[in-house]
Ligand binder design. Sequence first.
Ligand code: BGC
Length: 901
Amino acid sequence: MVSQKEKKGNSVDVPTGLLCEYVSSPLGIDVTLSRFSWVLSHSERGQLQSAYQVLVASSKANLNAERGDQWNSGKVASKESTNVIYAGSALESGKTSYWKVRVWDKDRKVSPWSKVATFEMGLLNPDDWQGKWVEGKNYGESAFSDPVQGTTKMPYGYLLRKEFSIEKDIAQARVYVSGLGYYELRINGDKVGEVVLDPGWTDYKKRVLYSTYDVGKYLKKGKNAVGIMLGNGRHIEAYGYGPPKVILQLNIEFSDDTSESIVTDESWKVGQSPITENSIYNGEVYDARLEGLGWDTPFYDDSDWDAARIADEPGGKLVSQASFPPIKVSKIIQPREITNPEPEVYVYDFGQNFTGWVRLCVSGPRDTTIKLRYAELLNEDGTLNVIPNRGAKATDTYILKGEGEEIYEPRFTYHGFRYVEVTGFPGTPVLESIEGRVVHSVVEPIGGFICSNPLINRIHKNVLWGQLSNLMSVPTDCPQRDERMGWMGDAQLVAEEAIYNFDMAGFYTKWLKDISDSQAEDGSVPDVVPPYWSIYPADPAWGTACVVIPWYLYQYYGDERILKENYSVMKKWVDFLSSKATDYILSYSKYGDWCPPAHIKPVDTPGELTSSWYYYHDALVLSKIAHILGKSDEAKKYSQLSSKIKEAFNKKFLKDDHYATGSQTCNVLPLFLDMVSEDKQKAVLKNLIDDIVVTHGCHLNTGIVGTRYILDVLTKYGRVDIAYKLAVQTTYPGWGYMLQEGATTLWERWEYLADGGMNSHNHIMFGSIDAWFYKVLAGINIDPAGPGFGRVIIKPHIVGDLNYVSASIRTTRGILSSSWKKSDHSLALNITLPVNTQAKVSVPKGKLDNVTIKESGKAVWENSSYREGIAGITGASEDEEYVTFNVGSGSYSFERLKGKS
Ligand code: BGC
């Protein structure tokens, strides 16, 4: 009950954006202590949540009657509006729960109840699975090779089907399914849902992901059929797994409260698939002549099909992927141009490097064989340059059945490309004969950035394309060649960028489980996760992902559970590093500051320095995490360890005015973590700046590690001007140079390379610059004092030729934005802070001695002092460059003017 004193106010709006485990009304989750979050809105500024009440009910009717029969949190005095843990009765497999929330603002006014959201549990216990893993037979094999495993064989695809009858009215129907490596689920002739390349990659011996579908609308009374197409994906012998297999359970609840399950077993039939050869790297061969028309409907004669065989279980635990974004076709793009470089050879240009495949539309005689070859580059003569694909054949083949218009797109492969070559086409293909399907894990875009410099906007765009191209259920290095692995270094270096641009919480939560699965007894983790290539131990700059990513999830999403769940992994990893260190120096290094200009391996930055620095970094972060988790002994232990590493690091590498060789990375790393003693700081900084400006003519000379930190370091030590010059540099090496050479995504190397070796044109590892755009140019920063955007620091930098910058991100608390525009001596800064967020907003003084700052036309800073009386602003102070205000939620328009002298 609302007490007398609690006035129903108009100003506290209905909470919106209800999420459970980061997903809106998820289906089939298996987290029994599910976490809730919601977004507040309020017509007043400076508002905070002081309390909440969550009701969870087993039916909508109960919830509408305000009966939280599963959980009534009561009024909880708390400012938490994210990651609130369910504490009601035990959640059962397959059951739907209904929930809503209301909140009290800081003045104890209560909001109306939110709309109803739901969450439905998946199959929580192994016993809930009534079906068995089944497999088909070998209809043929194709060769597969990758640079680590060499050449092995891979089976052709096959189909499974099952008919059944439904006699009663259906109330609800759910399918739980996992098909390894990839499956496509079909019911009564239709593909179920929009998900492709499912399930997400894992080490199938440890964990197998299953998906949940609401299939009520696909079923009907009478005869029904379920069909499954299976392909190889990563579930192949070369990686230690077997041929494709599937487990499925269709649970149907009828309106008379009875239920029935259709499950995979020996009664299923197996037939040959029109998809014969299929491999992630090589592409797909689809022989339309093998299509059995209606095989996925109940009107099909499968008398010559074989019985399915019971397969060995993959070994891994079946785990729901409901809180993890699936892979889908996110966009369709049309080719821009078609050329004909050789007779009968047609080359399409999409004008954009991306990941996915093309859909082909064709009519022609039976047996016609069309080949679609994919590439990132063209040769001078306009033919395809497939060299960057290395061993990946990246070719889809379609054999026509010859029955009018035929439409084909592959299912069990994907490619990284800008160009597609079509050969064997009957007649002359036209632009409309193919269209591009952009495919990746559909993490939700939450960021936006634009500024007055078109070059920066283009870098931002390339980063977005590059990032999405490399989210394929794990963060990959590249999408085109015979790799596409979860290289941990690449992923950790750009994780902050990814978090500014996309909702990465569910994606990384899953990948952290992959990392945990991959940890060896000795505490080491591999370079590549899942470890399809078993490369242990990881280079310290790669293995650090197991520390960096949970730490970001805590800082950006306030996710403390992630820290708890991953604590032992991080601890074992740091202890492993300790076991390899001598006198607190870690000498082992495999890649270090990978891919500096003109090289693959670092030449100027000793691996020992990079490794020892990450050892320090990881010990330091671990001590902070131990502290947050209340493990004070361990916090002390790792803090002492980090002090010792720092001491040893300085003793070993610090010379008069530089570290080790004095390469940019050597100096940047210790500066980034404040390892340099105060008396030497200026000298080391000068050494770094001289190297950038004098020795390298205002260019960076860093590999992926140094590049991640160099702009942050220059900014932190007051040289944002140089950072900006590096960011917009258009001559080699730099991001602008890539753009000048026609890049539409970021490259693996600073050089334009079109020949063999390491020359992917769609690597994301240099993409860390994009986080700097948000943090430094727009000034949107987390404040360690309030993880998950409870507190933020807005501190834009007015730099270079920029006239305006505008950025926003949708945090778990709501939209946060910062935009500035400059004109002569005045500067307008507009910001929006979500309810329940507090900020320090720094308005740049623009080198003026005496500034006046107004907010919505009223002075809030004048004659070097703060003017009270503006709603939402509670104080201010000034330093050399900024006037900083304490600001609560709401939208503000600051204007800085020249003060009267
Ligand atoms: C990958 C990289 C990766 C590196 C490590 C390469 O083949 O493409 O991005 O981090 O190997 O050595």
